[in-house]
Design a protein around this ligand. Structure first.
Ligand code: ADP
Ligand code: ZN
Length: 526
């Protein structure tokens, strides 16, 4: 406990007030704290920013002994320890990044019982010497942070988390509290089973973040759309997620050329570059981080005003976590997902090519399909997103793009047939841009070289813009009627789904896109 001479009783409320300076618990915190205080196991599901840390920090300071906190990332541990030390809590982190003298000092502190909360990596905890040493100490609780890392279904699987199944043998009778912001039912069950606590109490907060404006838009001109969005957010920070390292570099350069402060962040940077970027990000400077998913866990800047995805996330869970980095201070914040049909088809193609074991592939495919469905949804996006986590939001949110501009649909069967015929007649080897050209009767070198202008489908869709046709193609991809084959973006028919449409046995309802994206003059480098 914090200070043996402390005059206040070490009740949870007392610790909350005296150590953390907060006047009351939020949401499910009190329930979580009381469960651990009774010595019972619990799984806490709360969105990012929901206040998970206090759920174990408070009981760790109230109960006798030292609290162990298992955490997957050194940066995460160091952040938490620094925060706690500022509050006067005797916290430390034990991981491979310690200097020899730091390690010696920590060992002596541990031996003398001078640590109240110890953050530790799973691989470190399970090293025989460490395990042996710690199992002889009095341990108040074991917190398993980012517990979804234990799930092979999860998007941040860490094999070393699997070994945490042996915790009850090493520390019999010590209550465990697992915490995560990933809440889909499958991951939840996986965590409980893998930790061997199927009967544990499950506390799940609502994942609704009313201050986040969820918006998705078809890609028309990626750079233009990105700039427009970022320029309306001159204060605070913005995060732009990209699917590849190269792209983060390219986009960051483009943004700097336009006068914004923009830095790339991805796993290919040196440790030094990463640290420097993170420091600037944390300093509160107004800036844009252009990142791969490597920029994620432990990012705790309250005033991220905007998160943009230039490429589609791999699953609704990943998407939710990434947009969840916006608006942690509770202020209104915007999120924008730009999506395109070829991106969807490409993601499917690469997954199909992946050498992952079959069962993993099937799970990843199911996640990708939920993500695609979420992107194409015509109803409230917030409701659709929460439904992925088994949560039912009774009313539409009122502030996502589909709530603000309700989507209308039209009978697009004929348009779909034109697209599918054009793909078939041109030998299933073209991408969306050339197909739109053919439908609109535009010639170019490729079209002439292959004599496509003589086909019956040439010019059968003159009345619509390129953007309009690309929107139709995208929706047919999302529906599964068109797939990509080969890595160069060639589109082919998925015959079991395409054939009934071509024969007129199945009607196709298409969404009418926002007018701006459809005007014939819109840009076309999506
Ligand atoms: P999570 O780990 O769930 O993402 P944190 O534990 O980092 O969330 O908490 C998010 C923020 O909310 C922190 O700044 C924290 O100090 C604050 N917070 C948490 N609980 C309370 C509370 N009961 N009263 C006031 N602020 C709180
Ligand atoms: Zn909505």
């Amino acid at each position: 406990p914090v200070d043996p001479q402390a005059s206040f009783p070490l009740t949870p409320e007392g610790v909350l007030a005296k150590v953390f300076g907060f006047s009351g618990f939020r949401g499910l915190q009190q329930d979580a704290v009381e469960t651990v205080m009774r010595g019972e196991d619990v799984l806490v599901l709360m969105p990012t920013g929901g206040g998970k840390s206090l759920c174990y920090q408070v009981p760790a300071l109230c109960r006798d002994g030292m609290g162990l906190v298992i955490s997957p990332l050194i940066a995460l541990m160091d952040d938490q320890v620094a925060g706690l030390r500022q509050l006067g809590v005797r916290a430390a982190a034990l991981h491979s990044g310690l200097e020899p003298d730091e390690r010696d000092e920590l060992q002596s502190d541990l031996r003398n019982g001078r640590i109240d909360i110890l953050y530790i990596s799973p691989e470190r905890l399970l090293q025989p010497a460490t395990a042996n040493f710690l199992s002889k100490r009095q341990i108040s609780l074991i917190a398993i942070d980012e517990a979804h890392c234990i799930s092979a279904w999860g998007h941040e699987f860490r094999p070393e988390y699997r070994a945490l199944a042996s915790l009850p043998e090493m520390f019999p009778g010590v209550p465990r509290i697992a915490l995560t912001a990933t809440a889909d039912p499958r991951t939840r069950n996986d965590i409980l089973n893998a930790l061997g606590m199927p009967e544990a109490r499950v506390l799940m907060a609502s994942f609704h973040r009313p201050n986040l404006i969820v918006e998705a838009r078809a890609k028309a001109s990626e750079s233009r759309q990105l700039l427009d969005t970022l320029q309306s957010h001159r204060e605070g920070a913005s995060i732009v997620y990209c699917g590849s390292r190269n792209k983060t570099e390219r986009v960051a350069t483009m943004l700097r050329d336009k006068g914004l402060t923009a830095l790339p962040f991805h796993a290919g940077l040196s440790a030094l570059e990463k640290r420097a970027t993170l420091m600037r990000f944390r300093s509160g400077e107004e800036m844009v981080i252009v990142a791969t998913i490597a920029f994620g866990m432990g990012i705790d800047r309250p005033d991220v005003r905007c998160v943009v995805h230039l490429d589609m996330p791999s699953s609704p869970e990943a998407y939710y976590q990434q947009i969840g980095r916006a608006g942690r201070d509770g202020e209104p914040s915007d999120t924008l997902l730009l999506y395109g049909g070829e991106d969807m088809a490409r993601a499917r193609y690469w997954l199909e090519q992946s050498s992952a074991p079959d069962h993993e592939k099937r799970v990843m495919q199911a996640r990708l399909e939920s993500m695609i469905a979420l992107t194409e949804t015509t109803g409230c996006r917030t409701q659709a997103l929460l439904a992925c986590f088994g949560e039912n939001l009774p009313q539409p949110c009122g502030h996502c793009d589909n709530c603000i501009n309700p989507v209308s649909t039209f009978d697009g069967t004929q348009a779909a047939q034109k697209v599918l015929s054009a793909i078939y007649r041109t030998g299933q080897r073209l991408g969306a841009v050339q197909l739109s050209n053919i439908l609109r009767g535009k010639t170019n070198e490729t079209i002439e070289r292959n004599a496509y202008q003589h086909l019956s489908v040439f010019g059968i869709g003159k009345e619509h813009s390129e953007q309009w046709w690309r929107a139709v193609i995208r929706q047919l991809i999302a529906r599964g009627a068109i797939r990509m084959h080969g890595e160069y973006g060639s589109l082919a028919l998925q015959s079991d789904i395409a054939r009934p449409i071509l024969r007129g046995e199945e009607r196709v309802a298409l969404r009418l896109e926002a007018k701006a994206a459809l005007s014939a003059s819109a840009g076309s480098n999506g």
